[in-house]
Design a protein around this ligand. Structure first.
Ligand code: PMP
Length: 417
C-alpha cells in the first residue's frame, strides 16, 4: 500500500541520527582503550566539525578586534560577532538589541545581581530561589543579600523533583522583589513551568530571573513568550565554545541598569570628570569579548537549527525513556527526579555503591558520567544524599550507548559488591 503523502514527507524529513553523530569528531575517540560513551552532556556538550571549523576559520582569515578598527578585518570581525548576536537572538526568540553577550550563565546572573539587584534591593526585601537551583543561581543572591540586608527564601520541591507550585505561589508575598528559578534542573532534569510561574510573579510585582542553561540544549526557546524579566544561557552546552553565553532582559530594564564592569567598548566618551556609556547592550560588554567563541556559537546554533530543536527534543525524549527503563530494572537503583516533564538527565544511586567509585569504574570502561553534588548542594541535602551519579544525554548519543552504559554499570556494581 502506498504511504500517505504526509507520512512520506515526515519520514523523509526525519534527521539521520547516525549521520549526525559523525559530525562530532571527539565521539570517535577511545578512553582507556574502550569506545567513549559520553554521557556528561549537562556538564558540557561536544562540538560538531562546523563549530570547530568556524573558530579555526575565524583565526585563519578574519581575526581582529571588534568595533575599534575601521580596517577590513576589523569590520569583518565586528560583522561576525554581531551576526552571532542576531543568530542567538533568533534562537532565543528575542530582540538582538536586548541580548547582552557574556561568558556564560554565571556571568549573566552576576550581571543581574550587581546591576539590578544591588541598587534595587533593601533591608526587609526577599529574594526567592528554588531548592533545585545551581550554585550559580544561589551564591550571587546570597552575596547581594549580605550587601543589601535582603533575605533569601527557598521555594521547596516535591519528592518527585518538581517544584511545589502551591508553596511557590504562597511564598510570593509583597516582600519578595526577585524570583530566581531554573528553566530545567541540571540534576533532576525537571522542566519547570516557567511561563506560569513568571505570570504569577509578574502579577505579584516580582522581577524574575530564569536560568536557561539546561533548557537551551534541549528545546526550542521562546523567551519572549515566557514573560520573564531576565533569561540567562550558556553557549558551551548548546554545542558552542566555552566562554560564551548571554543575558536577555527587557530593554527598559537594561536601559535603567548601571553597568557592571567598566572599561573599553562600553563607553561613548570618557574624561577624568565623567564617562557616558554606550548604548545597550554594549554598555554591559566591557573589554574584548570572546569573538572567535561567538563565531563558533553562531555556527553551533545554525547547526542545531538545521536539525531542528523539536526533532532534538523528540530524539532525546526517546533516549531518556530507554535509559530510564533500563535503569529502573536494576535492583536497588534509585532515580532522583521523576517529574512528568523532564529533559534527558538522570541522577541516581545504587544501594551499597558509592557514586564516585562507580564513576571511576565506569571511566575505566570508557563511560563519562558525572558523580558528586553537581553544583547543587542544597538540592542533594533535600534528598539526604552526599552525591549522585548523573547520566545526561544529547541528541548525538545512541541506543547502543545506553545499552553499553547499563552493561558497564552492572559490571561496576558487581566489582564493588
Ligand atoms: N545553571 C545551571 C542550571 C547549570 O547547569 C550551569 C552549568 N553547569 C550553570 C548555571 C553555570 O553555567 P556556566 O558555568 O556555563 O556559567
Amino acid at each position: 500500500m502506498q504511504q500517505p503523502a504526509a507520512a512520506t514527507t515526515a519520514q523523509s524529513r526525519a534527521p539521520d541520527w547516525n549521520r549526525i553523530r559523525l559530525d562530532f569528531p571527539l565521539l570517535t575517540r577511545a578512553v582507556n582503550d574502550k569506545p567513549l560513551i559520553y554521557f556528561d552532556n549537562a556538564n558540557t556538550s561536544q562540538k560538531p566539525v562546523e563549530v570547530i571549523a568556524a573558530v579555526d576559520g575565524f583565526y585563519r582569515r578574519q581575526n581582529a578586534n571588534v568595533s575599534r578598527a575601521v580596517h577590513a578585518l576589523g569590520t569583518e570581525a565586528t560583522d561576525a560577532y554581531e551576526g552571532a548576536r542576531k543568530t542567538l537572538a533568533r534562537f532565543m526568540s528575542v530582540r538582538a538589541d536586548e541580548l547582552v553577550l557574556c561568558s556564560g550563565t554565571t556571568f549573566a546572573i552576576n550581571l543581574v545581581a550587581y546591576s539590578w539587584a544591588l541598587p534595587n534591593l533593601k533591608e526587609g526585601d526577599v529574594i526567592l530561589v528554588s531548592r533545585m537551583e545551581h550554585h550559580a543561581n544561589i551564591v550571587p543572591w546570597q552575596l547581594i543579600a549580605q550587601r543589601t540586608g535582603a533575605r533569601l527564601e527557598v521555594a521547596e520541591i516535591l519528592p518527585d523533583g518538581s517544584l511545589d507550585l502551591d508553596a511557590l505561589y504562597k511564598a510570593m508575598t509583597p516582600q519578595v522583589k526577585l524570583l530566581a528559578v531554573a528553566h530545567v534542573s541540571n540534576v533532576l532534569g525537571t522542566v519547570n513551568p516557567v511561563r506560569e510561574i513568571c505570570r504569577a510573579a509578574r502579577k505579584a510585582g516580582i522581577v524574575t530571573v530564569v536560568d536557561g542553561s539546561q533548557a537551551a540544549p534541549h528545546m526550542a526557546l521562546d523567551v519572549a513568550a515566557i514573560g520573564c524579566d531576565f533569561y540567562a544561557m550558556t553557549g558551551h552546552k548548546v554545542c558552542g565554545p566555552t566562554g560564551t553565553g548571554a543575558l536577555w532582559a527587557r530593554r527598559e530594564l537594561l536601559d535603567a541598569m548601571p553597568p557592571f564592569i567598566g572599561g573599553g567598548e562600553m563607553i561613548k566618551e570618557v574624561s577624568f570628570e565623567r564617562t557616558t556609556f554606550n548604548e545597550v547592550p554594549h554598555k554591559f560588554e566591557a573589554g574584548t569579548p570572546n569573538i572567535a567563541g561567538f563565531v563558533g556559537l553562531g555556527a553551533a546554533l545554525d547547526y542545531l537549527g538545521a536539525i531542528g530543536m523539536d526533532a532534538i527534543r523528540a530524539r532525546e525524549a526517546e533516549l531518556l525513556a530507554h535509559l530510564t527503563e533500563e535503569l529502573q530494572r536494576i535492583d536497588g537503583l534509585r532515580i532522583f527526579g521523576t517529574a512528568p516533564d523532564k529533559a534527558a538527565v538522570v541522577s541516581f544511586l545504587i544501594d551499597g555503591a558509592h557514586a564516585h567509585d562507580l564513576a571511576t569504574l565506569l571511566d575505566l570502561d570508557g563511560v563519562a558520567v558525572r558523580s558528586g553534588q553537581h553544583c547543587a548542594h542544597p538540592l542533594l541535602q533535600y534528598f539526604g544524599v552526599a552525591a549522585t551519579l548523573r547520566a545526561s544525554l544529547a541528541f548525538y548519543n545512541t541506543h547502543e550507548e545506553i545499552e553499553g552504559f547499563v552493561a558497564a554499570l552492572k559490571k561496576a556494581r558487581t566489582l564493588l559488591g
